[in-house]
Design a protein around this ligand. Structure first.
Ligand code: FAD
Length: 393
């Protein structure tokens, strides 16, 4: 019969892969996409929503066009297991979906116990807002409800995690909103990392726009020893306890649980081959995006989308003998520091030494003029429109 591809997760990696395989195979491959949510809210640009530059509806995307225009069989359910011998995926709603090739792009889950005092049952009192949608809305509502002169705290995650500049863009956007609406408020960041993505650019911007508002405590001052008390709304950084009004806990991350259930993880992530994103333990399973351990690419939507296109091309080649091109990948991560002040970092990649390896990159410079920063921000708007069209049609 017709070869079958099943894709688990309809995000940056999975939606792109499903669309490209269906589109480019012209009906020769049967594509099923398993995704529980009917509207996917992007994490990308969610910080701009916190800053007041986007509405929540700007971030929501649905799967109807994948079904109607590309023939993807969209199943709104959770995958709860993978039988690698029978080559089937079990669904929470019952039943099993058979595959010849399986793509897993489930994003992230959190490492239990990474921030003492916090677990998933605390995510309403102390949101992570590191998965899109309701968590992002909750965090924004909490920022808007802060008392005058109150404190917003963030516990930043250890490496590796999704979107390396994400926490720092979030600090910028929360600072922007507070500077307009609650200018005596404070932002306290506990960060277990010595340094972070685009640090010089962010620190220059924080000084320029939000002087005195943001305090970041790093490992030199005991940030690795941070815990929270959810009931008391306090954060304890190496024995120094602070009352806070909002506490954004971003725990350590690991591959979405279905990758572990499928048995393709080694530790927290799923190792893959750099030529086609196939799992190192099962040639018929491919892992895309944040869940994969692939080498040098940061965990980003841009990366997941880029990996999905390489994977889709390789799977079509394996199933229908279509032409396979050498793998090439790219990524750019834009961040907004203040209104019209955008910065970026990016690179190109190719397989080398058994992993995806950088072939060279670029980063915005300190002190760039306002016109260039505005152009960089506008470029990010174009990228958002492009990637969401690439995912959802
Ligand atoms: P996701 O896009 O998270 O998709 C995973 C999907 O799998 C989800 O829809 C989920 O519902 C589904 N799923 C999970 N488990 C199952 C299961 N068992 N069965 C069925 N479905 C399942 N990236 C950028 O490129 N640029 C940015 O500017 C940017 N900004 C960001 C800002 C923030 C605050 C955050 C948190 C992230 C940002 N990112 C950005 C990162 C980006 O969101 C992720 O890297 C990207 O979404 C990863 O794609 P993915 O396919 O691996 O996972």
């Amino acid at each position: 019969g017709m070869p079958r591809v099943v894709v688990v997760g309809g995000g940056a990696g999975g939606a792109t892969a499903a669309r490209y395989i269906a589109k480019d195979s012209d009906g020769a491959i049967d594509v099923t996409l398993i995704e529980p949510t009917r509207t996917y809210f992007t994490c990308f640009f969610s910080n701009l929503y916190l800053g007041g530059f986007k509405e929540i509806d700007d971030l929501g995307h649905t799967y109807g066009t994948l079904a109607s225009d590309y023939g993807v069989n969209v199943v709104h359910d959770w995958a709860i297991g993978v039988d690698r011998d029978a080559k089937t995926v079990a669904l929470a709603g019952g039943g099993r979906v058979p595959y010849d090739k399986l793509i897993l792009s489930p994003g992230i889950d959190f490492v239990d116990g990474s921030v003492p005092g916090w677990d998933l049952s605390s995510q309403n009192a102390m949101p992570h807002a590191y998965k899109g949608g309701s968590q992002t809305e909750l965090l924004k509502a909490q920022v808007m409800a802060m008392p005058e002169g109150g404190t917003f705290a963030m516990i930043a995650p250890p490496n590796p995690y999704r979107c390396p500049p994400g926490p720092y863009e979030r600090i910028s956007m929360v600072a922007y909103w507070l500077s307009q609406n609650n200018p005596t408020a404070k932002i306290l960041v506990s960060d277990p990392k010595d340094k972070f993505s685009k640090q010089g650019l962010f620190e220059e911007g924080w000084q320029k726009y939000y002087g005195g508002m943001i305090e970041r405590i790093g490992p030199d001052f005991g940030a690795e020893n941070t815990s929270v008390d959810v009931a008391a709304m306090t954060i304890d950084i190496d024995g120094s306890v602070e009352n806070v009004d909002v506490c954004n806990v971003i725990p350590a991350m690991k591959a979405g649980r279905i990758a572990e259930l499928a048995g393709v993880t080694d530790g927290n992530w799923a190792p893959v081959n750099p030529d086609d994103m196939s799992s190192k333990v099962d040639p018929d399973i491919y892992v895309l995006g944040d869940a994969s351990e692939q080498g040098d690419m940061p965990k980003s939507g841009f990366s997941a989308n880029s990996q999905a296109k390489v994977c889709a091309n390789a799977i079509r080649g394996a199933l229908t003998d279509s032409r396979v091109f050498p793998a090439k990948f790219s990524n750019t991560c834009w961040s907004l520091i203040s209104e019209n002040d955008g910065v970026k970092v990016g690179a190109n990649y190719e397989p080398a030494d058994g992993k995806i390896s950088s072939t060279g990159g670029f980063v915005s410079q300190k002190g760039e003029d306002a016109a260039l920063r505005k152009a960089t921000y506008e470029e990010s708007e174009g990228w958002y429109a492009g990637i969401t069209a690439d995912m959802f049609g």
